[in-house]
Design a protein around this ligand. Structure first.
Ligand code: PLP
Length: 220
């Protein structure tokens, strides 16, 4: 199936309130352009430098989402153009995003990444840490960032009961945080293998890569 066919198929299965982030990491600009040509405008990358290079050469009406782990010293390379940072998991990082956003006179939207998986390899804050952050004085002083929701990655497993439990936990955490910050609107959860389950569990934003662009080849 072509990128166009894959995209059309996936879009036809998504409810209206669910946003599709086309995860294009490792893929060449020609693949992204194929998706762009049939209307896709939101792309997700997990490396800041790769995202910046693609941003430079691609049409300017694209929304670029940083979905990977963010190193603080690299925030400056995306501050001018990034539209949503999914993986915010500390005040220190938020503070740096705020500082860089200010330089460009912008307000950058961010999601708090919540650790929902049992695996140690996955990043994220606890629900309690996220709640404390939103209530802290230091957070209230950051004027150039806006927390618009949460993001989570489920355990890499075939056990759908486990994945469902983790997605439901993220949805629950979202509801709790929303009582502190009523503007929250986004729950970013679900990838190629589990986005349908994620939507059933309340996802409003799915990050789909290989089901659109094909499997990734990390050797090049
Ligand atoms: C790579 C990646 C995805 C997309 O994964 P697929 O299984 O290819 O759909 C989604 N979210 C994050 C954070 C990723 O790094």
């Amino acid at each position: 199936m072509s990128i166009e066919q894959n995209l059309k198929h996936i879009k036809s299965t998504l409810p209206k309130n669910v946003t599709l982030v086309a995860v294009s990491k490792t893929k060449p600009v020609s693949d992204l352009m194929e998706a762009y040509t049939v209307g896709q405008r939101i792309f997700g990358e997990n490396k800041i430098q790769e995202m910046a290079e693609k941003h430079d050469v691609m049409p300017k009406d694209i929304e670029w989402h940083m979905i990977g782990h963010v190193q603080r010293n690299k925030v400056k390379y995306m501050a001018e153009f990034v539209s949503l940072i999914h993986g915010v998991e500390s005040f220190k990082l938020l503070n740096e995003i705020n500082k860089q956003a200010k330089k460009h006179d912008r307000i950058i939207d961010c999601l708090l990444q919540i650790k929902i998986a049992e695996e140690d390899s996955k990043f994220g804050m606890s629900a309690a840490d996220a709640s404390a952050l939103l209530q802290s004085d230091e957070f209230s002083e950051l004027k150039n960032i806006s927390i618009v929701g949460v993001m989570g990655m489920a355990t890499f497993t075939d056990d759908t009961t486990q994945i469902e439990k983790e997605f439901k936990f993220l949805n629950h955490t979202f509801s709790e945080l929303k009582t502190l910050q009523p503007e929250l609107k986004t729950i970013s959860m679900g990838m190629s293998g589990d986005y349908k389950l994620a939507i059933d569990c309340g996802s409003t934003m799915v990050r789909v890569g290989s089901s659109i662009f094909g499997v990734r080849n990390y050797s090049n």
